[in-house]
Design a protein around this ligand. Structure first.
Ligand code: PLP
Length: 496
């Protein structure tokens, strides 16, 4: 009976995930969420992890899919595909969130405790929760005394929502290029692009790599500008032993559900300055707190992400439509990770449906923060191992750590030269290695953002043509790293 229920559910999951059939969204979720949660909450970060290097990964015996995929004697089982993304949410995180749904006499206390934990994690005196990172930046910039005519300088390669938030706060934006072989703001380009009207420079620690903060701070100081770190993808990383977020006048972070540290939704401003923290808080005071129904929906979405990104569920429910999408030249998962850069949406600094984190988000965030050091260490170890394996592959540039930094490899972004990254990505997918082009843009080429350098950031433009993310998370074992590295080496050689 149970087997039949699973078989029936699985027949529909790929359709529900990917195909735009006329099933209303709530009905999709009603079917999808319980199925994905049932499918494999029991799975450890990676069954393959415990296998010796090179050994074929096995399904966990108690995984429901394992019931169908029992191995015939003498026949090795095909290894499971390696997903591009592994949710950082554990059952304990979600349970903490669920328990926080209970009515409380002091509902603001969990948020205050979460803010204190976040401040400690970033080495700051104050942390203020916000609805999102863009809302955090939009509240912070006026709190720093910026007004009409003032400029904020961003990396040209980045997430459009941050310069858009500065525009929404009534400010001008400028862009400086990134380094030729990587994706991070280049201090020399900052020195070339900065003007006397520039009040803030925003180094974005993209993909968990850390910018050269010494060089950027020196370029900013030359015109009296301050530094605000965008640590959205690098919580847990460090610059010269100091946590990301601890340098400059302030830092901003996101807590979105796809991040390596998440509170289901939200953002944070960190600073040492009591006055700035109080002004940010005052600016956000009018925002409503996430209602209980929305928190419940976020918990269900988080559970679905966690279950669907566990390898067995991913293999059964997500992989088939993903491969089908490849045939049509479409990446069907893209819409879950990024947004279309939309001029109208960018005019507002808030996300539709986003509100201030409440007790549920705070409980999930605290639970995640409690293992931040372990999360960071595991990602760093996996990222360094994969980079070491791929350093000499011709036509491929792997992440290079800026000396003095301790990155956390929130993703593994490479530059592919001499061949189309989509082609390499499709070939890798055929070998069970899921890849993505990611969701960053050459913001300097988006004229509606109002930067004054359309086409003036050649390295950001080349990043757009070359970027390809290989799968990376802290649970990757030696066997999986070896599988990724061998597939990339062989396919790059064939395409050369
Ligand atoms: C580097 C970076 N900055 C800012 C943001 C925006 O965060 P939010 O969606 O919370 O506004 C993101 C979102 O992914 C990001 O990756």
């Amino acid at each position: 009976m149970i087997l039949f229920a699973f078989a029936f559910a699985f027949a529909f999951v790929p359709v529900l995930v990917a195909v735009p059939v006329p099933v209303p969204a709530p009905a999709r979720k009603l079917v999808l969420v319980p199925v994905l949660v049932l499918v494999d909450f029991r799975c450890s970060p990676s069954a393959a992890n415990r296998n010796p290097a090179g050994a074929r990964p096995r399904l966990q015996p108690r995984s429901p899919i394992g019931i169908f995929a029992r191995r015939r004697p003498g026949r090795p089982m095909a290894p499971l595909p390696i997903p591009r993304f592994r949710s950082s949410l554990s059952a304990a995180d979600l349970l903490a969130g669920l328990l926080a749904l209970r009515p409380s006499a002091a509902p603001e206390r969990p948020v205050a405790e979460f803010e204190a934990a976040f401040a400690a994690a970033t080495g700051r005196r104050h942390a203020v929760a916000a609805p999102s990172a863009r809302a955090a930046l939009a509240a912070l910039l006026p709190a720093l005394g910026l007004g009409e005519g003032d400029e904020v300088l961003f990396p040209a390669w980045g997430y459009f929502a941050m310069p858009a938030a500065a525009r929404a706060a009534g400010l001008q934006v400028r862009f400086a290029d990134v380094s030729p072989d990587g994706f991070l703001l280049d201090p020399d380009a900052v020195a070339a692009a900065i003007t006397p009207r520039t009040r803030i420079v925003v180094p974005t620690h993209l993909y968990g790599q850390v910018c050269d903060l010494d060089g950027i701070e020196a370029a900013a100081r030359a015109v009296g500008a301050l530094v605000v770190e965008d640590g959205a993808q690098a919580l847990g990383a460090a610059w010269r032993g100091r946590p990301v977020g601890a340098s400059g006048v302030a830092g901003v972070f996101t807590l979105g559900v796809t991040k390596h540290v998440t509170a289901l939704s939200g953002g944070v401003v960190v600073t040492d300055d009591e006055g700035i923290a109080a002004r940010v808080r005052a600016r956000l005071a009018g925002e409503r707190t996430t209602p209980a129904a929305a928190s419940l929906r976020q918990l269900a979405t988080g559970a679905a992400f966690a279950a669907a990104s566990a390898p067995p569920a991913f293999a059964a429910a997500v992989w088939p439509p993903l491969l089908a999408g490849d045939l049509a030249g479409r990446d069907l998962l893209e819409r879950f990770f990024g947004e279309e850069p939309d001029p109208l949406a960018a005019a507002s600094a808030t996300l539709p449906g986003r509100a201030m984190p409440g007790a549920v988000q705070a409980a999930v965030g605290r639970s995640q923060l409690s293992r931040l050091a372990a999360t960071a260490e595991a990602r760093r170890r996996a990222g360094r191992a994969l980079a070491a394996r791929l350093r000499d592959v011709p036509g491929l540039t792997v992440p290079r750590e800026v000396p003095g930094s301790d990155p956390i490899y929130s993703s593994f972004a490479t530059r592919v030269r001499g061949q189309a990254p989509e082609v390499l990505g499709r070939r890798l997918r055929r070998r069970g290695i899921d890849c993505t082009r990611g969701f960053m843009q050459d913001c300097a080429s988006l004229p509606w953002l109002g930067g004054d350098r359309p086409g003036g950031a050649p390295h950001a433009a080349s990043a757009a043509a070359e970027v390809l993310h290989l799968p990376l998370h802290g649970g990757l074992g030696e066997g999986e790293i070896d599988r990724i590295a061998r597939a990339v080496e062989e396919e790059c050689r064939r395409l050369a």
